[in-house]
Design a protein around this ligand. Structure first.
Ligand code: ATP
Ligand code: MG
Length: 175
């Protein structure tokens, strides 16, 4: 099931649109959306949406989130960069564990269960990929999902979501 990265990214942005709007956060999509990846589109959308959901949840109002896609060798790198609260060094290696929440997140009035990133890691592994994080406390975080570049010659089977009718949503990228 090869697909273009743009199909995954666009759907993930759609799924988190209301949360972004509620926080006045703008999500910019940049890079080469034509890059092909292979796998379960629904799972990949869930993975990217979970990363976007965190970027939105752990950032101040009015900040910017950048969703990027680029090729690095035989790998497609999908990154979600925020200008949020960041993650302390001591928590960094644990955020992918089930139910783990760093202190500022734990003390938030509303919040999740600490499963989002464990699910992302699971999906990455299922697709022969990895997920990693860079963060600086108080400055922001960047999560990167690395997936194998699809190298089959299955171009005709490629889905790009263009068979669905959708309204122009004003989000940058892939138009
Ligand atoms: P949910 O199950 O609803 O996703 P959650 O967001 O708390 O709950 P994860 O998505 O697994 O769980 O994230 C784990 C923890 O990692 C968060 O509680 C938070 O402390 C930290 N974290 C994740 N993403 C970010 C981010 N972009 N900026 C700052 N902290 C983050
Ligand atoms: Mg989460």
């Amino acid at each position: 099931r090869p697909m273009r990265a743009s199909a995954v990214l666009t759907e993930a942005v759609d799924r988190t649109r209301l949360a972004a709007q509620a926080q006045a956060i703008s999500v910019a999509v940049i890079g080469d959306g034509d890059l092909p990846v292979c796998g379960d589109e629904g799972q990949l959308v869930t993975a990217v949406a979970n990363l976007l959901d965190n970027a939105i949840s752990y950032s101040p109002r009015g900040t910017r989130v950048v969703l990027g896609v680029r090729r690095s060798g035989e790998t497609v790198e999908i990154s979600v960069a925020d200008e949020g609260i960041g993650i302390a060094e001591k928590d960094l290696e644990r955020v992918f564990e089930r139910f783990y929440r760093a202190d500022p997140a734990r003390s938030r009035a509303t919040g999740g269960t600490g499963l989002g990133l464990a699910i992302v890691k699971h999906i990455a592994t299922n697709h022969g990929g990895v997920v990693s994080v860079w963060s600086a406390e108080g400055a922001g975080s960047t999560f990167t999902l690395r997936l194998p570049l699809f190298t089959g010659d299955d171009d005709d089977a490629m889905t790009d979501g263009s068979d669905e009718t959708r309204e122009d949503d004003g989000v940058d990228g892939f138009d």
